[in-house]
Design a protein around this ligand. Structure first.
Ligand SMILES: Cc1ncc(C[n+]2csc(CCOP(=O)(O)OP(=O)(O)O)c2C)c(N)n1
Ligand SMILES: [Mg+2]
Length: 323
């Protein structure tokens, strides 16, 4: 079924919000408001936006350290996320998680993880809990091309397929793990076909085309929710910035970067919307709205207090549920 116009506009808004949020993060980082490792998502917006738009609000999402976008699409407020980056008490994890560890179980966003591949066994565990409770839900787990060479990736795919668990592995293939080109780090580059080693369907999609990602994911989510077992999707995309804020990205050629700039997912969707008859002023209004949301989030974060010293001793252990 074609994606309705209202949904396309929402996809456009989410991608614009992610782009502007990440630009705001870069500004705040340069001004010293944000410290530590911070990985931007600029260029990859179509993947998180399209994929998460295909699931229900109570399906689980679990990601990596490059997690700002996924949290935004899960509708965690820009204020709570920006304040988390600034290390403020109003942050989504009370300022104690930072960029790589956004988490909000109330929105079924089960976190960013700094350990490459470390989220994958957790995704399988979440899917097992769904199966054991006989729930009508799925898990969407995001990972990078680099993570697909980790042992834990293979263990997770094996167990997910063995038990036919409701999990969708979305590999964001941006062709680099830090500075290393996937062609010199992975023995086999057709990442979606790694799923075949476990008898699991593997699909490839253009990760610079949000409509393609959405349509592909809708089909896959239906299949997985129906109880047909796990699926892997490889979304081919590109990050426009370095690996993290401290990486100028000099290992990539200008010609390569220019090529992928032409595939920018945001102007691509804008063009498609205008071709469908949408007045371009609607898109300008969205740009102004997300710009204001990000400015507001930055002002909110800057004016929020840091956690008190005693907070060091809080949230270390969790009461177990139903014990
Ligand atoms: C187990 C582990 N090994 C190494 C690292 C260091 N490290 C951080 S990000 C990264 C690259 C991962 O690349 P990829 O999975 O392609 O994700 P991307 O950064 O491109 O989103 C590495 C090696 C780590 N965090 N965890
Ligand atoms: Mg990568």
């Amino acid at each position: 079924m074609p994606v309705p116009l209202a949904d396309q506009l929402q996809l456009y808004r989410n991608m614009a919000l992610i782009r502007r949020f990440e630009e705001g993060v870069a500004e705040a980082y340069a001004e010293g408001f944000i410290g530590g490792f911070t990985h931007l998502y600029i260029g990859q917006e179509a993947v998180a936006t399209g994929a998460i738009s295909a699931i229900n609000h109570d399906d689980y999402v679990i990601g990596t350290y490059r997690d700002h976008a996924h949290a935004l699409v899960r509708e965690i407020s820009p204020r709570a996320l920006m304040a988390e980056l600034y290390g403020r008490v109003t942050g989504v994890c009370k300022g104690k998680g930072g960029s790589m560890h956004f988490c909000d179980p109330e929105r079924y966003f089960m976190g960013g993880y700094a350990i490459v591949g470390g989220n994958l066994p957790l995704a399988v565990g979440l899917a097992l809990s769904i199966q054991m409770r006989n729930e009508d839900r799925v898990v969407m787990a995001f990972l990078g091309d680099g993570a697909s060479n980790q042992g834990v990736f293979h263990e997770s795919l094996n167990m997910a397929k063995l038990w036919e668990l409701p999990v969708i592995f979305v590999v964001e293939n941006n062709f680099y793990g830090i500075a290393t080109d996937v062609r010199i780090s992975s023995a086999f580059n057709e990442i979606h076909r790694k799923a075949q080693g476990y008898g699991m369907p593997g699909h490839v999609v253009n990760g610079m085309d949000v409509i393609a990602v959405r349509e592909e994911c809708e089909e896959v989510v239906k299949y997985v929710r129906h109880g047909s077992g796990p699926v892997l999707i490889e979304a081919r995309c590109y990050r426009y910035q370095g690996h993290s804020m401290t990486d100028p990205g000099r290992y990539r050629s200008q010609a390569e970067a220019d090529l992928w700039r032409k595939r920018d997912p945001i102007p691509r969707l804008a063009k498609q919307l205008v071709q469908q008859g949408l007045d371009a002023s609607r898109l300008d209004a969205i740009q102004r709205e997300v710009n204001e949301a990000v400015q507001d989030a930055m002002r909110f974060a800057e004016s929020s207090p840091e956690p008190p010293d005693e907070a060091l001793y809080e949230d270390v252990y969790v009461e177990s549920y139903g014990a």
